[in-house]
Design a protein around this ligand. Sequence first.
Ligand code: PMV
Length: 330
Amino acid sequence: MEYSATAVACSNIALVKYWGKRDSRLNLPAVGSISITLDALQTVTTVSFSSQLTRDQLILGNSPADEAKTERVSRFLDIIRDLAGLNMPALVESENNFPTGAGLASSASAFAALALAATSAAGLKMNQAQLSSLARRGSGSAARSVYGGFAEMQKGQLTDGSDACASRLADEKYWDLNVIVAITSESEKQVGSTGGMDHSASTSPYYKDWLLSSDADLTEMRTAIKSKDFTKLGELSEFSCLKMHAVMLSSRPALIYWNAATMAVMNRVRDLRQRGIPVYFTIDAGPQVKLLTLPEFTDRINDEIRTLPGVTRTIVSGLGPDVQLRSTGD
Ligand code: PMV
């Protein structure tokens, strides 16, 4: 017996960042976040539950994944097996259309695609809020990738986490924004986000203020999106990013995710702005820099950024759609 489904999801980047958990077991965020979904960074995942298998298998690209990644996916599938009353191992085949191992966050698109493919294969019907809440169990940022365009993740109040899910602020057609991803290192990051968040929560003297100031950023960002105020959106994105990195840097020992090229890109962005070009940066828990701009400026900015020393390549993206089901079969 076999039940299978394929889903495709886009990655996203947070404009107002999430860093910190209020519950590690259920993966509940300590702060809300607002993101945009990126059409150039997609994951396609097929899940096949099969009575022929003896254990879960994960194939990333064309190669079997290591034990740690397979185990993480297995624990996630257990939640779905419990909900569906299904007792079969699964083959999970997942492919990114962007360079893997380039240190680009792929957990957002990966767990959003996995959530939809696995629930569909298991015969579960979920609305988007339920799917988002489920995707969150795999990775906090995956909850946002259920939605295209602009999404807001709620930190929620309930201890069972059922209100910690994302919702749509605006779809991908609402506002034509571009993101240029500048890749400055191809190696995997040293400290993953879960370990990094726990470390900041227990050691950074700024962590409490980070939590206290998040709601004001979220309110301001909602207003910027509503009024399509690009300057406000950009300034606030840089502010939230640098505030998060200040928490990382002030953790003990420090979490330093930047390299020399990361700094070079940030400096060039500030320089471009001095020359009247609307561009802002944001950086997650890694050395890549994502630049926010308007489409008419993308080529000019890209020409300047991709030739900077230490930038190995750039990827240009627009806003992407909701997670989608591609096929089901049994
Ligand atoms: O989704 P996670 O658990 O990998 O955490 C994402 C954390 C940041 O990328 C640094 C910020 C964010 O809101 O995406």
